[in-house]
Design a binder for this molecule. Sequence first.
Ligand SMILES: Nc1ncnc2c1ncn2[C@@H]1O[C@H](COP(=O)(O)OP(=O)(O)OP(=O)(O)O)[C@@H](O)[C@H]1O
Ligand SMILES: CC(C)(CO)[C@@H](O)C(=O)NCCC(=O)O
Length: 475
Amino acid sequence: MRLHRCEGCLAACRPERATASSRRNITRTNQLKRSRASPYTTSIKRESKMAESTPPPPPENNAPQDPANFVSPYNQEISVTYLYFPAMPWFGMDIGGTLTKLVYFEPRENNRRELDKETEILKNIRRYLTRNSAYGKTGRRDGHLQMDNVTIRGRRGTLHFIRFPTSEVGAFLQLARSKGMAALVNTIYATGGGAYKFEEDFIKEVNMRLSKLDELDALIAGVLFVDAMNPQECYYWAPPLPPHEVDSPPYLEAALSQYVRKPFDFSNPYPFLLVNIGSGVSMLVVNAPNDYYRVSGTSLGGGTFLGLCCLLAGCSSFEEAIALAASGDNTTVDKLVRDIYGGDYERFGLRGDLVASSFGHMCSSERRAKVSREDLARATLVTITNNIGSIARLCASNERLERVVFCGNFLRVNPLSMKLLSYAMSYWSRGALKALFLEHEGYFGAVGCLLRYDLKNHRKENVSRNDTPERQMDR
Ligand SMILES: Nc1ncnc2c1ncn2[C@@H]1O[C@H](COP(=O)(O)OP(=O)(O)OP(=O)(O)O)[C@@H](O)[C@H]1O
Ligand SMILES: CC(C)(CO)[C@@H](O)C(=O)NCCC(=O)O
């Protein structure tokens, strides 16, 4: 069998085809050549002639094994691209400030070696994850986001999207232990602050190592991959009329209900502003897959919305807060331009129905006595959303960007915020900025981790604005 020699195609070159005999054909030159191209390159030592012609077998329990930590049985120094493929199950994990996201790759077909080796444990894990949509009290699988026919490392399969509150990491570890996962998986690719915070717990509780990835690297890798795999991924909300011609106040249902969701072709994406609305908000200027920087952020994010709704409206879940906001009226809570001017502030183009002061009415005890939970939730949502929109717009115009892509779980089941952001981007930029959204909202970091199984996606460079040229060269 001919060995696929194109360096760039190493990932596409189906690893299971690289049999022992084909591996023998890899010359030292090719190995060295590839070692420059592939991040999955390790420096191993060889012991004997026989070893030289027979590359080391894949590690037994090798899912996934970081080449840097690979201890070779050989002792002669040589750089070799390691052609193992990590054993199933494959997971990517993003342990965020509020939610933990787990993406599970279910292979469509097992190869022969796997069928022989597939243990009862592996089958049980697969069944448990794919046949349920709820795990314990708080774990959920987002079945509507499932992606079939995805290829990772030459393997075709299905991506399953699972989330649970980060406060339940302990329960997750117990579950992982009870399902015997620890016996199969010794390392998980993980990102998010929790990958650092809970690292010790993973080792102590289930003897699993977390191979940590930067959350913003993983986020961008995930966005680009999922968008490439799913033609429906990127979309926008189209207003019925240009924003300047809408009669009814933009924040009222009459105007918002007329917005229509439409697909957007994001195949030529650069440059764009990526706004990730999680517990807090990060804003990134993305110029190319490996060229981005974090331009701004705000601590007033999804966590603030939920925290304030719990505090002000007695909510006990995000879904409840969103449902309340959907039927509330923020004008009983916020002070509008017309409450101050009696109409528009024409000179500077501020319409009377714009919010002049968020929660501005709440200094009146009479108004406080009358306000409903729904109105408070709505005002909280509008406040947080408008603030994010405002910062995003400033960043985009400073950076001369036209497209602003919003993601993160704050937008989950939250069309209201998406429409408000669409309106704000377009209205305040006089149509120059376009707000875009992504179907898989908060899962991109976890997908980015899963892509570490894919050679071609390994090691996304993080180029930060603060990097010196020397540091960039060192990477
Ligand atoms: N079921 C849910 N439970 C709690 N929050 C939810 C839920 N669904 C959506 N959210 C919203 O999503 C936000 C978390 O989003 P996301 O998962 O993208 O961020 P994170 O990774 O937890 O946070 P960060 O990236 O800041 O560490 C919450 O603050 C909340 O506004
Ligand atoms: C701290 C992170 C990056 C954790 O995901 C996020 O919550 C965030 O970007 N917060 C906003 C921090 C700020 O820029 O003010």
